[in-house]
Ligand binder design. Structure first.
Ligand code: PLP
Length: 458
């Protein structure tokens, strides 16, 4: 069929409400949402002049808050001096300094920093380095990765194979082979040891050993876990969980990767969250809050043990990214970390986390709120149909609330945060680390009002 000009215009993909933009993880058929034009501190403004509280730090990113002129200034200066040079065979001052800074902040001998431009690339890098490490160590069969159900670790095809969300993967199968899943630490919906958190944690950790044995320890390279799992809604580690995981990894010579893409840089009140939760990983992956979002940057940080076989002769890690360790991104990350020190952002989170949790837990008097859980400035409010039975929302109700009513109503009521149902339906809140009780109260007030109205739609 030959299309006429008007037909072509009518079928042009540009004719959605999004113009030519292809938004991420968003239905192109959805109506266009507000255009964000400005940020200042913990607040955002849209193109209609509306002001909303940024209850998600953009996407768990803007730790130091929006509109920090001192960070913009550092970026301008670095761009004037040296806007770009790769870290392929050369160093740049910002990349060298930032690597030193991260190595000094990371616990134990996590001393070697490989820069990326984001979290998915950091995960990808961790898997590749784990595979090559074991080849260099004479254990070439070790290549598989174990991760947890419902966990999100990024969209590159390797990272996606580590991700525990079947719906996010099925369109892209076959993915990189070698990803295997174990249960997460969702205690609210525990089917084993539901009355004993510590026993539940031991049970969940032991599933990792079981998976290693099922697959054959000689074939498993790494276990990839977030300190607090985001997807599914802030599953915190039960007491003893990570100690047991560390023991299992040591026993079977498997590398423990702490995916701190969300949890690092103060989200839990420490530079790296493994420190807060008391375990020593072999690799940390991080991104998001490193620069507070002023420029894209991520990293994989390895221990001396992992880097050791790469230190000799002609051995290299044949892997890299054009923009990994970008000078402007590295310079602004250093300035961001200076700001963490000058303003005591980690200490602020530690001092306020209890109050933040207490404020959000007030929502538990609403019939639609089944659970409130989290740590630091990283919380989830789980929505239920029936509080007594913990019965969750069905597919239609999720469609109406999670994708339909809530995002717009929350924004209209003055709060940007994230209704999410990759696992059971939750509202995720993670404000900038400069927030305090006034912002916690505002979040609680808007959630209370909006969730009360949402419950009437069930
Ligand atoms: N890992 C975790 C735990 C994440 O939350 C994310 C993104 O949200 C990623 C990896 C992927 O990071 P990016 O989107 O920067 O590729």
């Amino acid at each position: 069929m030959t299309l006429t000009e008007p037909d072509l215009a009518a079928t042009s993909p540009a004719r959605t409400d999004w113009g030519h933009l292809w938004p991420h993880f968003t239905r192109l058929s959805s109506p266009r949402v507000p255009v964000i034009t400005r940020g200042e501190g913990a607040y955002l403004w849209d193109d209609r002049g509306r002001r909303v509280l940024d209850g998600l730090s953009g996407l768990f990113v803007v730790q130091a808050g929006h509109g920090r002129r001192e960070l913009a200034q550092v970026m301008a200066e670095q761009a004037s001096q040296l806007a770009y040079f790769p870290v392929w065979g050369y160093g740049t001052r910002p990349a060298l300094e930032l690597a030193d800074r991260l190595a000094a902040a990371a616990p134990g001998d996590l001393d070697r920093v490989f820069f990326t431009t984001g979290g998915g690339e950091a995960i990808e890098s961790a898997w590749k380095v784990a595979k090559q490490y074991f080849k260099l160590m004479g254990k070439p069969l070790k290549h598989k990765v174990i991760s947890r159900a419902v966990a999100y670790h990024g969209t590159p095809q390797g990272a996606l194979a580590i991700t525990g969300l079947p719906a996010m993967k099925q369109q892209f199968e076959p993915l990189t082979p070698g990803g295997f899943r174990v249960p997460n630490t969702n205690f609210y919906r525990a089917t084993e040891h539901a009355d004993d958190l510590e026993a539940f944690g031991r049970w969940a950790a032991d599933r990792i050993e079981e998976a290693i044995l099922f697959e054959g320890a000689d074939t498993v390279a790494a276990v990839v876990l977030e300190p607090v799992q985001n997807s599914g809604g802030c599953f915190t580690p039960p007491p003893g969980y990570f100690a047991r995981v560390r023991e299992i990894c040591d026993k079977h010579d498997v590398l423990l990767v702490s995916d701190e893409v969300i949890c690092a840089f103060g989200r839990h009140g420490t530079t790296f969250a493994c420190e807060k939760f008391g375990y020593q990983p072999d690799i940390i992956t991080c991104a998001k809050g490193m620069s507070s979002g002023y420029a894209p940057i991520g990293a994989m940080i390895t221990t001396n043990r992992v880097v050791e076989p790469f230190l000799h002769g002609r051995t290299t890690f044949p892997h890299g990214y054009t923009f990994g360790g970008h000078p402007v991104a590295a310079a602004v990350s250093l300035a961001n970390l200076d700001l963490f020190d000058a303003e005591g952002l980690n200490q602020r989170v530690l001092a306020n986390e209890q109050a933040f949790g207490d404020t959000l837990r007030k929502l538990l008097d609403l019939p639609i709120v089944g659970d409130v859980r989290g740590d630091g400035y990283f919380w989830a409010v789980e929505l239920v149909k029936d509080k007594a039975t913990r019965h969750t929302l069905d597919a239609d109700e999720r469609e109406r609330l999670i994708r339909g009513y809530l995002p717009e109503a929350l924004f209209d009521n003055g709060l940007y945060c994230r209704p999410d149902d990759r696992g059971d339906p939750v509202v995720q809140v993670a404000p900038p680390l400069i927030s305090g009780q006034a912002e916690f109260d505002e979040i609680e007030r808007i959630l209370r009002h909006t969730l009360t109205e949402a419950a009437e739609l069930l």
